[in-house]
Design a protein around this ligand. Structure first.
Ligand SMILES: [Mg+2]
Length: 181
């Protein structure tokens, strides 16, 4: 597969609340790996807010859920409340993703990753061969850490290539996202 294709998400939705979870269930997805920062909460907010917490809890009746974050152990432990998590993941590296799959006794073919970054969550999810890689818009771009900004520069490079090579897919899955950056 051409490298740029690994940056193409399976779907784009504005927020985690807009994703069609029934569709994922029907497709045999049993496991959801959520990114934390700017996907569930801005990275300057210490805990998952009530609305997101209850929403994620409600998904537990259909899915196994694990929060997969590149942030520190202290940050992710505190923010994740009682959800399973892996911190210091170094996505797009896949060591922790593989560990997470083992922890929840799941496989890539029944797992979807959900996150706000093409480089870490989409490219990383593709490297781990997860069945769906779902892109959401970052909740608050100004709260990005420096390393996140670097990831976004890499992502912009690949977005330009996708726009040039596959304009229809770009329009469907990346145009709206690009407008929110
Ligand atoms: Mg993020």
């Amino acid at each position: 597969m051409c490298l740029y294709k690994k940056f193409i998400p399976s779907f784009y939705k504005k927020t985690i609340f807009d994703i069609d979870y029934d569709f994922l269930k029907k497709q045999g997805i049993t496991t959801l790996f959520f990114d934390l920062d700017n996907t569930i909460i801005p990275n300057n907010i210490p805990y998952i807010d009530e609305k997101s917490y209850l929403f994620l809890k409600s998904l537990l009746s259909d899915f196994k859920i694990l929060i997969l974050s590149n942030n520190s152990d202290e940050r992710v432990k505190k923010a994740s409340k009682d959800f399973l998590f892996e911190s210091l993941c170094h996505k797009p590296l896949i060591k922790k993703t593989k560990k997470a799959l083992k922890r929840v006794n799941s496989t890539p073919s029944c797992t979807a990753s959900i996150g706000d970054q093409l480089f870490t969550d989409i490219f990383g999810g593709c490297r781990a061969k997860l069945k769906y890689r779902i892109l959401v818009s970052p909740i608050r771009i100004s709260s990005d850490a420096t390393r996140t900004t670097l990831g976004r520069k890499i992502a912009s490079h690949y977005m330009r290539i996708i726009k040039k090579k596959q304009i229809d897919i770009y329009k469907e899955r990346l145009e709206q996202y690009a407008q929110t950056l």
